[in-house]
Design a protein around this ligand. Structure first.
Ligand code: NI
Length: 226
């Protein structure tokens, strides 16, 4: 499932983070690419562990801990410290699949990448091109979101970033290991959770809400690995 999560950061948070990021020194993005993706990748990146990356990364992780839509869709077990990239002057990232296992150079934490996330710091009106193109199970989807918004998609997807032909595209990207490894199972849990929330919002004491919540937790108990 590919999911758009709106307003992960407020306008103020986005603007503050952007100032921090724009003042930092950027390096060639191939430093974090695997052997195969290094040939497709052409962008700038903040070095892992750079103070600006840590500062903005903490803001993002704190915001996600409070984001009900993210928590319900991702069921996160471990989140990789956010990384940052910048595309300008025709830069792009050709079709690739993300590495299955990632280890943080800073913390040593190893994760299995179940979900990939891209959080936008520049709005779509600020640059031409730069769409994230994801080959999802339902076909090809093009993503270019407002600043502060995020897209979440299965790390198993082939994806690329189209050339940025004018302006600059500034984003955070990271991966997470979910408590539920399988995308189809995770999607069923998310759909069930959304339906339960709808029933409960319409009628708090609906007689079906307790047994349905039971089904949700019993499926989660069956499928979760922690
Ligand atoms: Ni990727």
């Amino acid at each position: 499932m590919l999911l758009h999560i709106p307003q992960v950061l407020t306008e103020e948070q986005t603007a503050e983070c952007r100032l921090v990021l724009e003042a930092a020194e950027w390096v060639d993005g191939r430093v974090t690419a695997g052997y195969q993706s290094a040939r497709a990748k052409n962008n700038s990146q903040l070095p892992e562990g750079h103070p600006a990356a840590q500062k903005v990364g903490e803001t993002i992780l704190r915001a996600l801990e409070q984001n009900a839509l993210f928590l319900s869709a991702a069921l996160p077990l471990r989140v990789f410290p956010p990384l940052f990239n910048r595309y300008a002057g025709g830069q792009s990232f050709g079709t690739h699949v993300d590495n299955a296992i990632r280890q943080s150079r800073e913390t040593g934490m190893k994760i299995r990448t179940d979900l990939s996330a891209t959080l936008f710091f520049t709005g779509p009106e600020e640059y031409e091109g730069g769409e994230l193109v994801v080959e999802d199970t339902y076909g090809v989807q093009q993503v270019k979101l407002p600043a502060g918004h995020m897209v979440l998609y299965p790390s198993t997807s082939l994806h690329h970033v189209r050339p940025v032909t004018s302006g600059a595209r500034l984003c955070s990207f990271f991966w997470l290991q979910s408590m539920v490894r399988d995308d189809a199972e995770r999607t069923l849990l998310f759909d069930l959770d959304v339906a339960i929330q709808q029933i409960t919002a319409e009628r708090a004491d609906h007689p079906a809400s307790v047994p349905l919540t039971g089904v949700y937790h019993n499926l989660l108990r069956r499928w979760a690995e922690i």
